[in-house]
Design a binder for this molecule. Structure first.
Ligand code: ADP
Length: 463
């Protein structure tokens, strides 16, 4: 299952708490309110009955009742009965047809006509020998219905409130986490372009700062500071590599020149000749490595020139393959290098760099290929792209190595023992392909061989 994003998690969290809180508040409110409702209805009834006795008086031995007694105040119906419960005056609510027994000073709940009623009787002495009962009746069902309406309203409002919390919460969290997204994007850009000069730049971005809060802003600033330091470290490292390579170039050239001079001496003893040949070979390896280092450090500093011109890559590839075959023969390698280049494939490219790319790939294929094996170089045009392939039937590359071989100084297990390898050849190939607006990739099956494929835009006009 896909992992939930942080903003969704936060939104769900406080929506859940909001739901919990609202439900709890509603439950407490409901239980308190229903008790409160019964108590207040009863108090209202009793109070109304008690105050109504002021409307009753005895005049010339006859009971007189004020008109107020007849009006239904606060939903309480009043009626007056003689001491033998004979109805004298007043109103009884519609639907209440019973004549319950008198219970002086006590409120009772009576069910009648499908409704619940509160009934309260109060005896009142009009004179020495005249006592009447005042009866108050109020509908409990009506009061409960009012309460249920309020409750229903709350039940409709509750989901709306939770929904509003979720929407507002989501928008708020998204806004708060916006700088975090910016940080992630910047890091991803740095990773894909290897461009350490990029910054998150939240401090300058007033809008983001407003929405983010200071902690995130400070984190972004710390991050920018770290990038600054990293960039400086890399810059110094590149400078160091470039300086060291320059410094080493002269002594290595001198060593090579001296080796050459010594070897040209016909009286040089055979033992010394062998020793000097070894020195010359090692110095040559060192010189190659220095050239590669200088090339890459110039590329890093944007100082590696790219002299592009229209080239017939078919011819150039065939020539390079032939040269590499001769070199392999001279070195005593029993390997066949075949060229299967389509005709008239043109591109705007740097001749020296294109040859360098091919040499690096072919020499690797020859180096890591099978003894008496075959290296096949193919070139074709496909969808406006020049596609080149260098295939060998050698030892292949393990899956673990395959993802690293284009990194600088990376050498696979296969290369551990061989001399003259710097682990820079494929880095150069990658740089050259990309500098031409192209790409390079490697596929391999361990024990069966490898295929290095590169591509870059072809030149459509062939004249
Ligand atoms: P190196 O100087 O070590 O050849 P490269 O950058 O040219 O450096 O290659 C990096 C590593 O990739 C090599 O050490 C080797 O392990 C592996 N590699 C390159 N080409 C091949 C190939 N054709 N077959 C097998 N392994 C290869």
């Amino acid at each position: 299952m896909k992992k939930l994003s942080l903003k969704l998690k936060l939104t769900l969290l406080y929506t859940f708490f909001m739901l919990l809180l609202t439900c709890a508040a509603l439950a407490i409110l409901f239980s308190l309110s229903s008790r409160e409702l019964l108590a207040s209805t009863q108090a209202k009834l009793e109070h109304r009955v008690q105050e109504s006795v002021d409307d009753l008086r005895l005049k010339a031995g006859k009971l007189e009742v004020d008109s107020d007694f007849y009006s239904v105040v606060r939903d309480v119906y009043l009626s007056v009965y003689s001491d033998d419960m004979y109805f004298l005056y007043g109103k009884v609510p519609y639907g209440f047809n019973r004549q319950p027994e008198v219970a002086d000073g006590r409120t009772r709940t009576i069910e009648e006509g499908g409704q619940k009623w509160y009934v309260y009787d109060l005896s009142f002495r009009l004179s020495e020998d005249h006592t009447v009962y005042v009866r108050g009746i109020t509908s409990l069902t009506d009061a409960e219905e009012n309460f249920i309406v309020t409750l229903r309203l709350a039940l409709v409002l509750l989901p709306l409130m939770v929904l509003a919390t979720a929407v507002i919460g989501y928008r708020f969290t998204r806004r708060t986490l916006l700088p975090v997204r910016k940080m992630t994007d910047t890091v991803n850009e740095i990773r894909s372009d290897a461009d350490l000069s990029r910054r998150i730049g939240l401090a300058e971005d007033g809008k983001a700062r407003e929405g983010s809060g200071d902690e995130i802003c400070r984190l972004a600033q710390t991050f920018d500071g770290m990038l600054e330091e990293l960039e400086e470290v890399f810059r110094r490292e590149r400078q160091f590599t470039s300086d060291v390579s320059h410094e080493l170039r002269t002594p290595v050239s001198v060593i090579l020149a001296q080796c050459g001079a010594c070897l040209s001496d016909p009286f040089l003893p055979e033992k010394h000749r062998e020793q000097i040949l070894l020195i010359q070979r090692k110095a040559k390896n060192m010189s190659d490595m220095i050239s590669q280092l200088l090339f890459l450090s110039r590329a890093d500093q944007g100082r590696q020139p790219l002299v592009r011109e229209k080239l017939d890559l078919s011819v150039l590839t065939e020539m390079t393959v032939e040269e590499q075959q001769l070199l392999a023969d001279d070195a005593g390698k029993k390997i066949t290098i075949r060229c299967e280049a389509g005709e008239e494939i043109f591109a705007e490219a740097d001749e020296t760099l294109y040859i360098r790319l091919l040499i690096n790939l072919i020499s690797n294929a020859a180096e890591y290929g099978r003894e008496e094996g075959t290296v096949t170089v193919t070139l074709r045009e496909e969808n406006g792209e020049v596609i080149g392939e260098v295939r060998d039937d050698g030892m292949g590359i393990s899956e673990r190595d395959l993802s690293h071989i284009f990194e600088r100084f990376y050498r696979g297990d296969s290369a551990r023992t061989g001399g003259g390898h710097s682990g820079l050849g494929l880095s150069m190939v990658k740089w050259i392909a990309e500098a031409h607006g192209g790409w390079v990739k490697a596929d391999s099956i361990l024990g069966e061989g490898s295929v290095f494929t590169f591509g870059f835009p072809a030149e459509q006009e062939k004249n």
